[in-house]
Design a protein around this ligand. Sequence first.
Ligand SMILES: Cc1ncc(COP(=O)(O)O)c(C=O)c1O
Length: 381
Amino acid sequence: MSLSLADRDRLDAFWRFCLDNQYFNIGYPESADFDYGYLQRFMQFSINNCGDWGAECNYLLNTFEFEKDVMQYFAGLFHIPFAQSWGYVTGGGTEGNMFACYLARELFPTGTLFYSRDTHYSVAKIVRLLRIKSCVVDALPGGEIDEDDLMRKIAAQQVRHPIVFANIGTTLRGAVDNIASIQQRLALAGISRQDYYLHADAALSGMILPFVERPQPFNFADGIDSIAVSGHKMIGTPHPCGVVLAKREHVERISVDVDYISAPDRTITGSRSGHAPLMLWAALRSRSFAEWQQRTRRCLNMAQYAVDRFREAGINAWRHENSITVVFPSPPPAVWKKHCVATSGNTAHLVATGHHRDSRRIDALIDDVIASAPVSGGSVT
Ligand SMILES: Cc1ncc(COP(=O)(O)O)c(C=O)c1O
């Protein structure tokens, strides 16, 4: 196997481009401060984690033992006894959310899935793919689900089995739906605990909230049935991945034995990456709990620094408690394009992920936003 000179030149050019832009990301929640160099030697192996990591699989080169450790770590982090949980390393947050919606639909085939307007765009695709009856709920200006609207819609549609898709950190505003209050309101409406399903989409914040002093309710002890997290976001990996964790009783319902791999399967895809569990395993083991807390605090401090700088310049920026997502009025296209910043309508955000060790990139963006802001009555808005 060999590449032509022209092809090698092309790859070399792309390599230089990647090197130059390694830490470009300020608008999306991916972290680039990782080093998996010691795992590079495994790139020569075709590792495949098809099926359930708990089973003996006929596919010899797998990383099931590492995947098990990863899931054990997350069971501890999300407050569920490991034996009562089951989950796996996914291709990303979307697959985790899909898995959870699948569990919910199998539990309540005629249930309705409620999700707020601020939910990640992939969830509309998921409900369509799984043909789940669904209902979009209003969001408050801060991005949290409008609980009044949620309860109104559940009552109006006389839904016996609501499936609540809660955001634990929305994509644009980092808002956390209040799952304690949602559960109280469901109880007050006469819907008992066994009659609803509660999923937590914690794509980014699933690796923030466990490490802060006063987390909003988000885990199994707080009442969830399942949780999905992206691996490439707060942890940081060279390719997208994630984890999903659910109550084992829900997962048993979808488990099937597959003779072709001589193992039970409970996952969405057939073949699964064996490299992703290895990376997550290495990432999780390379920092102590205290070090994850420190890194999280550093990101939160950097986010607050950005808010303060914007506000000193009269720009109405803000962030939610425990969020590294800084929301500000959308600058002109020339500015958001230059900095690869994500915008939606009049709103933009920056995300202070782990690789922003100093404020250089954040300052450069803020300087451009300030320079481009309209000046009205002596202050910029
Ligand atoms: C809240 C939320 N949920 C789900 C996703 C999708 O996750 P992934 O890109 O890992 O599939 C994202 C991605 O940004 C997100 O912000």
